[in-house]
Design a protein around this ligand. Structure first.
Ligand code: GLN
Length: 200
């Protein structure tokens, strides 16, 4: 679908880039890995993958894309972040390493590695009312939790104990878990719908 398909990038400094590219391409998007400012200029949307947010932060500054990404976020570009990507989209990061920064954009505070070392990874079926049935099979890997949700952000999903794990604010979407590691493409579809609405 090259030509008519929107070009969306996956920030490819570090993390599970390939899984996102595959899912976006399967949905008909023109999906490209992005590392440089010039590549960013041509995008209609951006996915920030899972990985390690402190490394992504350092690399994004070293590659000179941190400020341009902040600028595009402020200008309304749709962005979807999973896990470390959600951390990068949070206005406030708790348990960050010294000097760690996020791009920001979503009015939330997230806590890194919030499930502790005993329960580093787990999977669960999660009700996501905005996506309807069936529940989303959510894969959590050293995942963050959204601890504070500001007025501008909307909660899309919470664990049964109330901890918030998916949020949306305007054109920004973030999940603590990794849909790209499953066959459930509904969050990616939602992101591409936002991209289509913005580009229309
Ligand atoms: N713990 C990682 C971080 O702080 C996130 C883990 C993930 O993306 N699966 O960035």
């Amino acid at each position: 679908m090259a030509g008519s398909a929107p070009r969306v990038g996956v920030l490819a400094l570090q993390g599970d880039v390939r899984e996102h590219l595959r899912m976006l391409e399967a949905l008909g998007a023109d999906a490209v890995p992005v590392r440089r400012e010039a590549e960013l200029d041509r995008l209609a949307g951006l996915v920030i993958p899972g990985g390690e947010s402190s490394v992504m932060d350092k690399l994004s500054r070293a590659f000179g894309v941190a400020e341009p990404i902040r600028g595009r976020i402020a200008a309304g570009m749709p962005v979807y972040g999973t896990c470390a990507g959600l951390i990068m989209l949070a206005d406030t990061v708790l348990d960050a390493i010294e000097g760690q920064r996020s791009f920001g954009g979503i009015d939330i505070a997230v806590r890194r590695n919030a499930f502790g070392s005993q329960v580093e990874s787990f999977e669960t079926d999660l009700e996501v009312p905005a996506l309807g049935d069936p529940p989303v099979h959510a894969v959590f890997i050293r995942a963050p939790v959204v601890e504070t949700v500001g007025e501008s952000a909307n909660v899309l999903a919470s664990l049964p104990d109330g901890r918030v794990v998916a949020v949306e604010q305007g054109n920004l979407l973030g999940t603590s878990f990794h849909p790209e590691m499953t066959s459930d493409d509904r969050f990616h579809r939602r992101f591409l719908e936002t991209v289509a609405a913005v580009t229309a």
